[in-house]
Design a protein around this ligand. Structure first.
Ligand code: SAH
Length: 257
């Protein structure tokens, strides 16, 4: 089989530019990683470079069994490393840790992939991923900008984020109707200095009502009036840096003990 019909339901837009594929794989930088996971190898344009690049353990997770059959024929000795499953349903703890993740991700599940990375941040050192430009910008954007939101704060709280390369639609088949970009995120050494679960709740709740001041959107936390005099509560979520959200979490947390 040398032809895989692109399937819309699996978000398949195959990269066709070899030079870009080489660049993406070269962005992997973490030397401590034990396992490199590729999400959605498709027809293997990144896979080819990954196999050449490093002698670390690699696993390729692909939901489409047609692609799996194609990859088995294309790459000798890859069979044991191919996993025909949905990445969103895989237990990442089953791999040798820490893990690096790479992929030209299916755009229909990019937020879910990022939330999964967030939930597994204790075992993930690095991710190099292609996203729709809009999503990539959201992850990398700073406070004070329109694109700054839940994913920006949650990811930036634990990872250094970097925009690596913008990519035109013509580099794919079929040609998507959006621009794309590759970003890299690298785990920070330090964890955040607050209750992590509450932090996530507060970030989500704040941006759930983006236009409201925090005084209004955080009412469900029953913060006493005296605390609410802190000027931070007069702000809107996009005005808060990651450290401000940590400060805010500690303010709310102390009252809940
Ligand atoms: N990496 C290839 C393919 C990119 S298209 C390239 O650059 O050309 C996205 C790939 O992700 C497709 O192969 C698609 O089948 C796969 N995919 C989609 N949803 C998935 C899921 N939930 N888990 C694993 N792979 C998935």
């Amino acid at each position: 089989m040398n032809f895989v019909n692109p399937k819309k339901r699996f978000g398949q837009n195959f990269l066709t530019n070899d030079k870009i594929a080489e660049d993406i794989v070269s962005f992997l930088s973490d030397s401590k990683t034990k396992t490199i996971l590729e999400i959605g190898p498709g027809k293997g344009i990144l896979t080819k470079n990954l196999i050449k690049k490093s002698n670390k353990k690699k696993k390729f997770i692909e939901i489409d069994s047609d692609c799996i059959e194609y990859l088995k024929i294309k790459f000798d000795g890859i069979n044991d490393d191919l996993i025909n499953k949905d990445f969103l349903k895989i237990d990442l703890n089953s791999f040798d840790k820490p893990i690096s993740i790479i992929g030209n991700f299916p755009y229909n599940i990019s937020s879910q992939i990022l939330f999964k990375i967030y939930e597994n941040k204790n075992i993930i050192n690095e991710m190099v991923g292609m996203f729709q430009l809009e999503v990539a910008e959201r992850i990398c954007s700073n406070f004070g900008t329109k694109k700054y939101g839940i994913l920006s704060v949650l990811i930036q709280a634990f990872f250094e984020v970097k925009m690596m390369k913008k990519i035109k639609p013509q580099s794919f088949y079929p040609i998507p109707n959006v621009d794309s970009a590759v970003i890299r995120i690298n785990k920070k050494n330090d964890s955040i200095n607050c209750n992590e679960i509450l932090f996530k709740k507060i970030v989500k709740q704040s941006f759930g009502q983006r236009r409201k001041t925090l005084r209004n959107s955080l009412k469900i936390f029953n913060i006493p009036d005296i605390k609410k005099e802190d000027t931070i509560f007069a702000k809107r979520p996009e005005q808060l840096s990651v450290s401000d959200f940590i400060y805010l979490t500690n303010l709310v947390d102390n009252e809940n003990i």
